[in-house]
Design a protein around this ligand. Structure first.
Ligand code: HEM
Length: 428
């Protein structure tokens, strides 16, 4: 019996099936998914390829049960072209690409360094804060700026600074690295709907673009590893990892951080600029980031391969099932967030009497960094870098926006056009 059939012949509620209309516009996947949930409910199955049967979930209760019952070594889905690239070019990568005990060994050594409050991370962050201070200073006197480009470079420089201390790369090589990481994300988004194996065999343009971007990005990072490091790689990481492991870890962290942190910050600035009243008075930028990630999560879906059967909210989920958690759809669901289209950072503050979040019915409906043992290792770093940036930025500037953009998917959630921001320097 096939996986899908077994999932449907469960003793509990029947899971509806959605048959996708081909070709799928992958840039609108989040909207298609949201619409189908609206029609079929919080869970549905869909055939995504000859052997790929997915279960989409947009229910915070099922999501919570799923993540709270995770196995020792949770498995997520890695874009096929990235795997194909690693195989063909014999590239060994870090955490994101590992599974089983090998993943756990690396992860358990990294968790105390990256996810707990500690002096190494605080010191590393002090290096990246200097990158932010320099940028804010450079922006003074400018009005119309391309913050998307600026933030990509800021994000790479900040992560390099946390890992190596002061970043001393030339502007040109940094710019081309930023472009290459970009290219990797956009080519993998295009390769998503094709077989990566066939694309590689027939050397399609998307595959060639992906390979040259990935090779150049990795070469840039390798050249960085030779210099003496005053950041995490030279200090605490070298106590627990070999040089070869550190090099793999650093490569993956920089690539994982580049577009995620920059686009999350770009969305936060966009929401603040389109809802200008939040720029006045006291505001916790931590809540701004949280709210912006609810509306515009860079990761609109979370993935897992279910490793043991699970019963959740009267549904039966079978072993081996591919799960896609619909983070974007839940973030825009009015049963989870009253007035979901309204940008309201205060919904993330707690009512002093009840202790409950003010405008959030179930926090499991917004998991921008994932959840559990396989969640984002860079969460603490990214949150602190972004909060520091916003505190400094809004202490110095008022921000306007001259156009409106939509959220679209290019593997991650990005604006569908360039955002034209206008900076106004505040008077002292
Ligand atoms: C706002 C910025 C970021 C967002 C929204 C984000 C989001 C995510 C998400 C959703 C996952 C998958 C979690 C899951 O499946 O449960 C993930 C994994 C990961 N992230 Fe991030 N991330 C961000 C920044 C960073 C940074 C700064 C780093 C590194 C310094 C990083 C490194 C990683 C790695 C290595 C993994 C794989 C973890 C594993 O497989 O054990 N991320 N991230």
């Amino acid at each position: 019996m096939g996986l899908l059939a077994r999932a449907f012949s469960s003793f509990s509620k029947t899971i509806p099936i959605h048959v996708s209309k081909l070709p799928i516009d992958t840039t609108k996947l989040h909207l298609i998914n949201q619409k189908v949930h609206g029609e079929l409910g919080p869970i549905y199955a869909e055939k995504l390829g000859p052997d790929v049967n997915a279960l989409w979930i947009a229910c915070p209760k099922i999501t919570e049960k799923l993540f709270r019952n995770e196995p020792e070594h949770p498995i997520h889905v890695v874009p096929q072209c990235w795997q194909e690239f690693n195989k063909r070019f014999n590239v060994k990568r870090g955490l994101f690409f590992l599974d089983g005990p090998e993943w756990q060994e690396m992860r358990s050594k990294m968790n105390p360094i990256f996810l707990k409050k500690n002096q190494w991370l605080a010191e590393a962050l002090s290096h990246s804060n200097k990158v932010t201070d320099t940028l804010i200073n450079d922006l003074k006197g400018q009005t119309e700026v391309d913050l998307e480009q600026i933030l990509h470079k800021w994000s790479v420089e900040s992560t390099l600074a946390t890992l190596y201390g002061n970043c001393c790369q030339s502007t040109d090589s940094l710019n081309s690295f930023v472009q290459n990481v970009h290219q990797m994300f956009s080519s993998s988004a295009k390769l998503q709907t094709q077989s990566a194996f066939l694309a590689a065999e027939t050397q399609t343009q998307d595959w060639l673009n992906f390979c040259s971007a990935a090779q150049e990005a990795l070469a840039f990072l390798n050249s960085n590893l030779t210099k003496e490091s005053k950041g995490l790689t030279g200090g605490v990481l070298s106590n627990v990892f070999t040089n070869e492991e550190i090099s793999r870890i650093a490569q993956d962290l920089i690539i994982a951080a580049a577009d995620t942190t920059s686009y999350t910050l770009l969305w936060a600035l966009y929401h603040m600029a389109t809802n200008k009243s939040w720029q006045e008075g006291e505001i916790k930028h931590k809540e701004v980031i949280r709210e912006s990630m609810r509306i515009s999560p860079v990761a609109p879906f979370l993935t897992r391969i279910q490793q043991k059967p699970l019963e959740a909210e009267e549904y039966f989920i079978d072993e081996g099932q591919l799960i896609l958690v619909s983070i974007y759809a839940m973030g825009h669901d009015n049963s989870c967030f009253p007035n979901p289209e309204q940008f309201d950072p205060r919904r993330w503050s707690r009512d002093p009497e009840s202790g409950k979040l003010k405008g959030v019915n179930d926090a499991f409906a917004s998991l921008p960094f994932g959840f559990g043992t396989r969640s984002c290792i860079g969460k603490r770093l990214a949150e602190q870098q972004m909060e520091y940036f916003l505190n400094k930025f809004f202490a110095t500037f008022e921000l306007d926006v001259l156009n409106r953009v939509q959220y679209e998917m290019k593997l991650i959630g990005v604006p569908d056009a360039r955002i034209n921001f206008k900076l106004i320097q505040k008077k002292k």
